[in-house]
Ligand binder design. Structure first.
Ligand code: 8GP
Length: 830
């Protein structure tokens, strides 16, 4: 046996260097070690995935010092922990981001080169964790990056879905969904914590009993119990010395439960219980707006909220011996209403499990929780049918009734006799079938409510949360969204990053207001050419990928006109289609027509059950086929549907765009964050006064932004005056021609039925006012075309967009949350 003395101590310098060092030779050694000891592979048999895994482990090792230090801070009672509760975290691939944030991209590249490996190839090997649908999930990921970068102790809590958002394929122009098996080849970034588990009850009934002190209490007797197991992923800040924690819960069967059934010989019941338990974290719901009444979804929400709150209670009790001060330990942010059951669950934990008086528990709950709203679409506001809710969460329903009773009593006291007001504010919707309104639950249980862009917050106050705003205006805040410049610039656009840094240094990465330092170079010839060169290279790279994935050849010299985001009628991808058809017709009518060559790039997934969205994808592809193959067009217009738009693909697309399409009906898009990523990468925006477009335009200057369309107020006036889309159809020749062609089968091999639902909808309802905005859009696009021909002017505008985007860093947004909502501070520098 070896003596203890023979084991090298952590102070053994050489060993430390190889274990943690970032020098090239240390990384080389570490990669080889992991290939051998972790992957158990000799060099001769190592696959690309083996190399990827070995590198990933070597990188993860280098995050551990900061991570363990940060985890130890969780015990420091002086530090408030931000707890970001979100059903979605759309993190994107980890490897590249971690290399950027640790500052070891180049050493890693060199180390691999010495081993005969190409870093870029290994970066492509990672399957991204697609644990989110779109904007809301991606925002959560940007916020974690900023929290760690700003040294704020934080935990992101969510669900470890076994299957994330589906992979999209295009077959015969239609979207086909494929299961996302992201865990197939292993996930080197997560660490399972089999000892951090909580039990979560489901269903059953409640009972009243008298405790030893003579108080009447409630006991929840569930008919099922499942277990949540913690899976931890480190989130490194950008060279900040802090690594925060993403803790995702996987559902499993509770052993004791299995055994009981097993003992009485009921093997099948035991297996069923196991299957039920494992189903909860099985799959992400692929809707970007909720669907009413899916029991499993409510189960998922409760599951992760309960595990997370129990975890916070445990952490708090490591710091203090009473839960009285819980709100000083945790600031809990509810990312939309998906985690809003937290209001009732925290009450239940305090009152039922920790014997708190109601009032004290309520005070703690409200002081702890805050709610972010991400949508105004009335159909997207979550509500649960009462019977369903009662069957899954009987105790919570009782608690909600009590919260509601007390809340409405207060309302009635102030607004005596206004029963209408009370009915409108009630957490329970009593008009017809009864529902629990989750946005009301979240609003009543929170000390702050925020929208995600200035316009959105104003509209929130005037529409969906109007009554809440009138009784409690002091609860409302705006925090305009932001995106992290680390992933969306440094990682995805190294060319532009280098160019900017050569001119103004690298301070902008954490302080993007410094990008203003580019303004003096706007007219500088050399700088302009270098700027154009970077864009051109990014476009060439994208053109290569487009060729490989779709077979379509596009010209990097053409204007790259890009519309990527989830497919939804309110986002108006079909308005873009009408524009393309219009240009096509102009060429057909006059083959010599002066049309600026453009490549139209679409991307985005449709919810699998959203028929109209899927039909829009089909329309884009069908129309594209006709345009792309028409010799009269002679390659002046190219239409591409880039399949499977996700974070990985976004990182290629945003840097290659000339024009960013942000064309939602005003008042519908809460904020948008793609709009920020484009502009940060030097694309100019064509957009409506919607969401954060309003603020982007304010920042970059109206002269550097292509504005068109009705305002939110005009939209609502037009609608209340009785909107008739046929009037526009009748008046606008080019519009009529385009619609008639779609209806007449020009893009469907003569089949007039295929796009009929879309055409009918446009002509008879047109909820999103495409027809009303059509002409303004076309005219504005003509201005875009003209502007693009003046390369010098276009480049100036592009530079100014980047220079003035500082506001839209997620660091700014997180600072606002910290000071206005969470009262959380950064860790002191060590
Ligand atoms: C989105 C909003 O639509 C978008 O405007 C905003 O920028 C983003 O949230 C972040 O604030 N909303 C969603 O993604 C959403 O509601 N998703 C639900 C299905 C989860």
């Amino acid at each position: 046996q070896k003596s203890v003395a023979a084991v090298p101590s952590p102070a053994d310098e050489g060993r430390e260097e190889f274990r943690r060092g970032s020098a090239v030779d240390a990384l080389t050694r570490a990669i080889l070690d992991h290939l051998y000891f972790t992957q158990a592979r000799p060099l001769t048999l190592a696959t690309r995935n083996d190399w990827y895994m070995a590198l990933a482990y070597a990188v993860r090792d280098r995050m551990l010092d900061d991570w363990l230090k940060s985890l130890s801070h969780l015990r420091n009672r002086e530090l408030k922990i931000v707890s970001y509760l979100s059903a979605e975290f759309l993190m994107g691939p980890h490897l590249g981001n971690n290399l950027v944030n640790l500052g070891i991209m180049e050493p890693a590249r060199e180390a691999l080169a010495a081993l005969g490996q190409d870093l870029d190839e290994l970066l492509r090997q990672e399957e991204e964790p697609g644990l989110g649908n779109g904007g809301l999930g991606r925002l959560a990921a940007c916020y974690l990056d900023s929290l760690a970068t700003l040294r704020v102790p934080a935990i992101g809590y969510g669900i470890r879905y076994e299957f994330g958002i589906f992979d999209q394929e295009i077959r015969d122009g239609w979207q086909a969904e494929k299961t996302d098996k992201w865990l197939r080849l292993g996930n080197p970034w997560e660490i399972c914590r089999p000892e951090i588990t909580y039990e979560v009850k489901v269903g059953g009934h409640t009972e009243r009993f008298t405790d030893e002190k003579g108080c009447v209490r409630v006991r929840w007797v569930p008919n099922k119990v499942v277990k949540g197991v913690a899976y931890d992923t480190p989130v490194a800040g950008y060279r900040s010395g802090v690594t925060d924690l993403l803790r995702l819960w996987k559902s499993e069967a509770v052993e004791s439960f299995d055994f009981q059934a097993f003992n009485v010989g009921d093997y099948y019941r035991a297996v069923e219980a196991k299957i039920f338990s494992e189903t909860i974290s099985k799959v992400l719901y692929p809707n970007d707006e909720p669907e009413i009444g899916k029991a499993l979804r409510l189960g998922q929400q409760y599951f992760f909220v309960s595990c997370s709150l129990q975890d916070m209670v445990r952490i708090h009790l490591l710091r203090e011996n009473s839960l009285d001060t819980f709100a000083a330990s945790f600031a809990v942010q509810l990312n939309d209403t998906h985690p809003s059951i937290a209001v009732a669950e925290l009450m239940r934990l305090l009152v039922d499990e920790h014997q708190f008086e109601w009032d004290a528990a309520w005070q703690i709950t409200r002081a702890t929780l805050a709610y972010t709203n991400h949508t105004l679409l009335p159909e997207a506001l979550e509500k649960w049918p009462l019977p369903l809710f009662a069957s899954i969460l009987p105790r919570h329903l009782e608690i909600i009734y009590e919260i509601n009773r007390r809340f409405l009593d207060e309302v009635r006291l102030v607004h005596q006799g206004d029963d209408q007001l009370a009915a409108r504010l009630s957490i329970i919707d009593e008009n017809g079938e009864r529902y629990v309104r989750m946005a009301h639950l979240a609003s009543v249980g929170s000390h702050a409510i925020n929208g995600v862009a200035a316009l959105h917050t104003e509209l929130l106050k005037q529409t969906v949360l109007k009554d809440f705003y009138e009784i409690h205006p002091e609860l409302f805040r705006n925090v305009t969204n932001g995106v992290t410049p680390r992933r969306w610039m440094v990682l995805s656009n190294p060319g532009l990053t280098r160019l900017i840094t050569e001119r103004i240094g690298d301070g902008w990465v954490t302080n993007p207001d410094e990008l203003r330092g580019l303004e003096p170079f706007v007219a500088d010839q050399t700088f302009q050419s270098a700027w154009q060169k970077v864009k051109r290279e990014n476009k060439s790279v994208l053109a290569g990928v487009i060729k490989a994935r779709t077979g379509i050849v596009v010209d990097p010299a053409s204007l790259f006109d890009v519309l990527v985001k989830r497919i939804h009628e309110y986002k108006r991808q079909h308005l873009k289609v009408l524009h393309i058809i219009t240009l096509y017709n102009r060429i057909k009518h006059d083959p010599q027509a002066d049309v600026t060559p453009r490549t139209f790039i679409f991307g985005g997934k449709a919810a699998p059950g959203y028929f109209m969205a899927k039909l829009i994808i089909k329309l884009v592809n069908s129309m594209g086929e006709v345009v792309n193959s028409d010799p009269d067009v002679a390659d002046r217009l190219k239409v591409v549907f880039f399949p499977d738009f996700n974070v990985t693909n976004g990182q290629m697309v945003y840097p290659a765009a000339d024009l960013s399409e942000q064309i939602s009906t005003a008042g519908k898009e809460a904020s948008g964050t793609g709009n920020m990523k484009f502009s940060l990468n030097g694309a100019l925006t064509i957009g409506t006064l919607d969401g954060a477009n309003v603020e982007i335009r304010e920042e970059v200057g109206a002269e550097n932004f292509f504005l068109f369309g009705l305002t939110a107020a005009e939209v609502s006036d037009l609608k209340s005056g009785g909107y008739d889309p046929r009037k526009w159809y009748g008046e606008k020749t080019e519009l009529r021609e385009a619609i008639d062609q779609i209806a007449g089968g020009l893009f469907s091999h003569g089949d007039r039925g295929l796009f009929q639902p879309l055409v009918e909808h446009l002509l008879n309802r047109d909820d999103y006012l495409l027809l009303a905005d059509y002409q303004a859009y076309i005219d504005c696009q003509d201005r875009v075309s003209a502007a693009f021909r003046d390369r010098k002017r276009w480049t100036e505008m592009s530079i100014l967009n980047v220079a003035r985007m500082g506001k839209f860093s997620s660091d700014r947004a997180i600072r606002e949350y910290c000071s206005d909502i969470w009262q959380a501070s950064p860790l002191p520098q060590d």
